[in-house]
Design a protein around this ligand. Structure first.
Ligand code: GLY
Length: 367
């Protein structure tokens, strides 16, 4: 079973990633040492599909210490964290408790921030069940919640003690949700791995059909890229910014639409278009390479409509982006397939023009 070791400020942890990896859940949790209770945080939807399997694998689930919460992006907020902390307190969770986050990116981020905050930190195990969570959000220790002012504006770097990514869980994902994870995978190829990018160009159809062999090649490859990056820059003081390729615009788009119109990965799909057009407009990336990025993103299928975007509101949200310094947005732009440049500042005029170009792409896609 592929096992990827990630060094972190809280000690190294392992990512078990394969079909059937859930079989490792119990031993991974036991391997953490003494515990006074295992508390599973998940969502009703995920639990409906995977609760029974998990209950067989993880002690404590049977003892009814499972808390389910709404995993929609619009419920990823401090109110949900408070509810979970209170539920843990009422259930008697103490400092030797282990929190197991079972679900997609929202569950992982909210449960992760709950684990980071409750009693000033209890141990966390991530069990990601979506493609976005398996290749990205469950690894690297970012946890947090949204504010109306912007995405993930409250949170903590809090590495998990183990990650168990079982590809079988992807089988019960709604196709839209699954497809949205493919944009994060394209991101990895574009920022760091030309071979992965070529693989995606050749194998997008099998991937869209959840082909097990294609997934088994792609998912550990993405996690290894993330592992290399966060091992060098856990707290995003430099290199880790490259993982935000497509995210500057994508996050702003999520916020400006109230976290309701786009799944996270879909907003990143639009963000990949935006960053590529900006790279092209600033002659950072040759047209032939930019075309490959645009084509690969388009090959995943149609994105939800951009619709009318209120540019002034978008501009305000961009200025509040976590990477912005003194209100100046720092973009990650492509240089060639597999290489990006971070910390790029751009004039608003260019960004506004790019938004108009995106609106044209949107209109053309609908005929
Ligand atoms: N999702 C970007 C990061 O983990 O840094």
């Amino acid at each position: 079973m592929p096992t990827i070791r990630i060094p972190s400020s809280h000690g190294a942890y392992r990512v078990f990633c394969s079909r059937g990896a859930l079989a490792r859940a119990e031993s991974a949790i036991e391997g953490l040492g003494d515990s006074t209770g295992t508390f599973v945080l998940s969502s009703p939807n995920v639990w409906r599909h995977w609760g029974r399997t998990l209950a067989k694998r993880v002690r404590g689930v049977r003892a009814n210490r499972t808390f389910l919460f709404d995993d929609s992006e619009s419920a990823k907020n401090l109110a949900t964290v408070e509810l979970l902390c209170r539920a843990l307190s009422q259930a008697g969770a103490d400092r030797r408790a282990v929190i197991v986050a079972v679900g997609g990116g929202v569950v992982g981020d909210v449960a992760g921030f709950t684990a980071a905050s409750y009693l000033r930190g209890v141990r966390l195990v991530q069990v990601p069940t979506t493609l976005v969570a398996q290749v990205d959000s469950s690894v690297g220790g970012k946890t947090g919640v949204n504010l109306p002012e912007g995405k993930n504006l409250v949170g903590a770097f809090y590495p998990p003690r183990a990650v168990i990514a079982d590809f079988e869980t992807l089988a019960t994902l709604p196709h839209r949700e699954y497809r949205s994870g493919l944009y994060e995978i394209i991101k990895y190829g574009a920022i760091a791995d030309a071979e992965l990018f070529r693989f995606l160009e050749r194998h997008m159809l099998p991937l869209l059909r959840c082909d097990p062999a294609a997934l088994a090649w792609v998912i550990p490859r993405c996690i290894r890229i993330k592992a290399r990056v966060v091992a060098q820059d856990e707290r995003e003081s430099g290199l880790r910014e490259i993982l935000n390729f497509g995210h500057t615009f994508g996050h702003a788009l999520e916020a400006v639409t109230g976290y309701r119109r786009f799944l996270h990965g879909e907003a990143i799909g639009w963000g990949l278009y935006a960053a590529t057009l900006l790279g092209l407009a600033t002659t950072r990336i040759p047209e032939s390479e930019a075309t490959r990025v645009i084509r690969l993103v388009a090959s995943v299928g149609p994105l939800p409509r951009l619709g009318a975007i209120r540019a002034a509101q978008l501009r305000r949200i961009l200025a509040g982006d976590k990477k912005a310094r003194g209100g100046r947005v720092r973009w990650v732009l492509p240089r060639r397939i597999g290489k990006v440049q971070r910390g790029v500042e751009l004039p608003w005029k260019l960004i506004a023009r790019t938004i108009s170009e995106l609106a044209e792409i949107d209109a053309k896609a609908r005929g």
